[in-house]
Design a protein around this ligand. Structure first.
Ligand code: AG3
Length: 277
């Protein structure tokens, strides 16, 4: 008889958590930056957590990775140069999607090489992007990179953890000002900006910081079952506002209707945003 069951729970507050029943703990490592755990779950395949927060699962990572790449990529004009910068994203998932939609040169700056190594082992499909000649992986501080590089990019993607701990600086006005300088004229930056229900401060940090730097700031949302509340936001910044829509291939989540709908925000989200701007 087996009496003990194993669960991983991400705790959202004193009163709420999301739990996955797990078959096995596959890896647990404490790095210089954070703690990384990998679990084999019953319903969501391989689950990656950082400091106890769900980063992705095998079965729903596609929603996040399609939405953080394909939405901003939809607004680039036909003669964009094909260059992208990813800050964070050490699992390779964002780079994978950018390659799939035709980007030619991707710089991916990840602070923690353990994330890359873990992904190579447990998410080889995603991490395969790092062995593609179009992708240059830099293990280093994305904040420092944004401050010092002279390269220009059509899109800059901030694929970070929540704005506590190592990622906090990735939600600051100073950082966004440095990112703005890296964009081509019609370039777009995007950041994940948390759950409007449970992390309104993350959305507010992104919208207010980006609002001080960019002429246009647009938030969009997606349904990601394994993230807090399932209702997730992303925020884009551009100098002149988003241009004409460029047709991209359909993904598993992304399609032209999702693109149209994802920027139509519920009233409480509009209110959160309006409180700032
Ligand atoms: N990065 C964003 C994950 C944020 C999740 N937050 C949480 N569970 N509290 C995802 C990395 C995938 N490339």
């Amino acid at each position: 008889m087996k009496l003990i069951e194993n669960w991983f729970s991400e705790r959202y507050s004193d009163n709420l958590e999301l739990s996955f029943r797990i078959k096995d703990l596959l890896l647990s490592v404490k790095t210089d930056y954070q703690r990384i755990d990998v679990f084999d779950t019953y319903d969501f395949g391989t689950l990656l957590t950082i400091d106890g927060t769900v980063q992705m699962t095998q079965f729903d990572e596609y929603v996040y990775h399609e939405m953080i790449t394909m939405v901003p990529a939809s607004f680039l004009n036909e003669n964009y140069s094909g260059k992208a910068l990813i800050i964070g994203g050490g699992d390779g998932g964002a780079a994978r999607r950018l390659l799939d939609v035709g980007f030619k040169q991707i710089v991916n700056v990840e602070i923690d090489n353990h994330v890359v190594e873990v992904s190579k082992r447990f998410y080889p499909d995603l991490a395969s992007s790092f062995s593609d000649p179009r992708v240059k992986l830099i293990i280093g501080d994305g904040i420092e990179y944004a401050r010092t590089t002279s390269e220009k990019f059509d899109i800059v993607i901030i694929d970070s953890t929540d704005p506590e701990g190592p990622a906090e600086g990735l939600f600051s006005e100073e950082f966004y000002a440095n990112v703005e300088k890296l964009l081509t004229d019609d370039g777009v930056m995007v950041t994940q900006s948390g759950s409007p229900y449970y992390q309104p401060h993350a959305l507010k940090m992104a919208v207010s910081g980006m609002g001080k730097v960019f002429g246009s700031v647009r938030t969009y949302v997606a349904f990601i079952p394994t993230y807090p509340s399932g209702f997730w936001s992303f925020t884009m910044g551009s100098r002149k506002g988003l241009g004409k829509v460029r047709e991209l291939p359909t993904g598993r989540y992304f399609n032209s209707e999702v693109l149209e709908g994802c920027m139509k925000l519920p009233e409480f989200v509009k209110k959160l945003i309006n409180e700032i701007t």
